[in-house]
Design a binder for this molecule. Structure first.
Ligand SMILES: *[C@@H]1O[C@H](CO)[C@@H](O)[C@H](O)[C@H]1NC(C)=O
Ligand SMILES: *[C@@H]1O[C@H](CO)[C@@H](O)[C@H](O)[C@H]1NC(C)=O
Ligand SMILES: *[C@@H]1O[C@H](CO)[C@@H](O)[C@H](O)[C@H]1NC(C)=O
Ligand SMILES: *[C@@H]1O[C@H](CO)[C@@H](O)[C@H](O)[C@H]1NC(C)=O
Ligand SMILES: *[C@@H]1O[C@H](CO)[C@@H](O)[C@H](O)[C@H]1NC(C)=O
Ligand SMILES: *[C@@H]1O[C@H](CO)[C@@H](O)[C@H](O)[C@H]1NC(C)=O
Length: 406
């Protein structure tokens, strides 16, 4: 009598099975179930009292048993270090005379060194510009005839002390080329806005990347710079630390939910090791207007990651100071937009966002809107199925209570 003769539900093959429904419910579970954590975040500019002033920003995010250190600097091209330690008490030590010397190795350390569980770095080396006028193919690589790139090592940056916003835990590095013979940047700048988070959430502005306390967001914006052509497509070269001889791995994740980023069903990830390790995450979309939406969304294309041994790249003093001269680097190119559709030419504006963090990258759960649509689509059969499942479970439980007697 145990269930075998119980009610036969006639769902057949056309209704979602309990497994599907269950997996939908699990993936819709609030992020809290995946280990929500909060951190005490502080921003600090580390002054160089002895020599020439430098921009060095230290973001410290302290949890109950770990500390994340993000170090952003513009000594050389803009760069970020990410160091995760297994103690809430680790500290950053800077030896300026070493850091600014030709051999900066050891100029930056996180103490105690044996508490370091993960460390890596990102360097933003060059801003590319292409003339896409004659490029009809949307996915052409490169997206047009290249102009001479801007080396970000030869930019001058604002004083980061004046652009800290403790209220939002953010800071903005704003720079323009030191030598600008054509005056292209007379009214323009390239900005790197970094923001840390005490807990998980999602910003109000697209692409609305889901963040956690273990991540830091970077928003890169080019604004007001005069393009060199009518159809200029811009790109950014990003350099990262390899693992031994290999480059980090790149992943594309599909998402069925596009509520938070218009028509973008994909999430790109760069992973520095097997999970959980460090990661960079972004949606392949940039925006050509401050008002970010479908109308201003540009595709963001990513090249493969290559070791940079073949060509010289500007060195970041802070990366060299922390990792020494033995580190291997890998580079990737991002390009924003194509010859058709919205572009930088709309408003001389371009923005793109990414997350840098440690642990398991945040995963989008289904949004309430999508859940609502699914509930309507599944409708009554879905609800009955759910009720049926509960009924069956209860039934089995009753049976098992009787089994010992049999
Ligand atoms: C930024 O301003 C502070 C205070 O005004 C000053 O001490 C520091 O040297 C400046 N830094 C840079 C990079 O100019
Ligand atoms: C910084 O490094 C130099 C060179 O290694 C060393 O002589 C100096 O004592 C260090 N300064 C501090 C404050 O540790
Ligand atoms: C685009 O094509 C036209 C006609 O073939 C040519 O005159 C022009 O120089 C080309 N422009 C670029 C940027 O290649
Ligand atoms: C910069 O802005 C000023 C005032 O808006 C304008 O007169 C000037 O032409 C602009 N310069 C460039 C290079 O765009
Ligand atoms: C840009 O467009 C204008 C007007 O359409 C045209 O006169 C000019 O030659 C174009 N410039 C380039 C570099 O293609
Ligand atoms: C990035 O683009 C530049 C210029 O087009 C090229 O020299 C470089 O090899 C590219 N790097 C990668 C990793 O594709």
């Amino acid at each position: 009598m145990c269930g075998s003769e119980g009610p036969r539900w006639g769902w057949g093959h056309h209704a979602p099975g309990p497994t599907l429904l269950l997996s939908v419910l699990v993936s819709a579970a609030p992020l809290g179930l995946l280990g929500e954590e909060t951190r005490q975040v502080s921003l600090e500019v580390i002054p160089n009292r002895l020599g020439p002033p430098q921009n060095l920003l230290h973001i410290r995010a302290v949890g109950t048993s770990s500390t994340l250190h993000y170090v952003w600097g513009t000594t050389g091209p803009p760069a970020a270090l990410l160091v995760a330690t297994s103690t809430p008490h680790s500290t950053l030590a800077v030896n300026w005379s070493l850091l600014l010397s030709p051999e900066p190795d050891g100029g930056l350390t996180v103490l105690p060194t044996d508490s370091i569980r993960f460390s890596s770095a990102l360097v933003f080396t060059r801003l590319f510009e292409f003339d896409s006028t004659n490029t009809s193919e949307v996915s052409a690589k490169p997206p047009g005839k290249p102009y001479a790139p801007y080396s970000l090592a030869e930019f001058s940056w604002n004083n980061i002390s004046d652009f800290l916003d403790p209220a939002t835990l953010s800071a903005t590095f704003r720079g323009h080329p030191i030598h600008d013979p054509t005056g292209a940047f007379a009214n323009g700048s390239l900005a790197f806005r970094v923001q840390a988070f005490p807990s998980s959430g999602r910003p109000a502005q697209a692409p609305r990347l889901l963040h956690s306390a273990d991540t830091c967001q970077l928003e890169v914006a080019l604004l007001g710079a005069r393009p060199r052509g009518n159809r200029s497509v811009f790109g950014l070269e990003v350099v990262t630390l390899g693992q031994g001889p290999d480059c980090p791995s790149m992943q594309e994740q599909r998402s069925i939910d596009d509520e938070y980023a218009p028509a973008v069903f994909q999430l790109n990830q760069l992973l520095w090791g097997s999970l959980p390790s460090g990661f960079v995450q972004w949606r392949p979309v940039a925006f050509s207007q401050r008002q970010r939406g479908r109308d201003s969304a540009l595709p963001c294309r990513t090249s493969t990651l290559h070791p940079t041994l073949e060509y010289p790249l500007p060195q970041s003093a802070i990366v060299r100071a922390f990792f020494g001269s033995q580190a291997n680097f890998c580079a990737l190119n991002l390009t924003f937009g194509a010859s058709t559709g919205p572009g930088y030419w709309d408003e001389n504006y371009l923005s793109w966002s990414m997350l840098l963090g440690v642990g398991t990258p945040p995963v989008d759960s289904l949004s309430p809107l999508i859940l609502g649509i699914m509930a309507v689509a599944l409708g009554a059969p879905g609800l009955m199925l759910l009720a049926g499942g509960v009924f069956l479970l209860l039934g089995q439980k009753q049976c098992s209570e009787y089994q010992p007697i049999n």
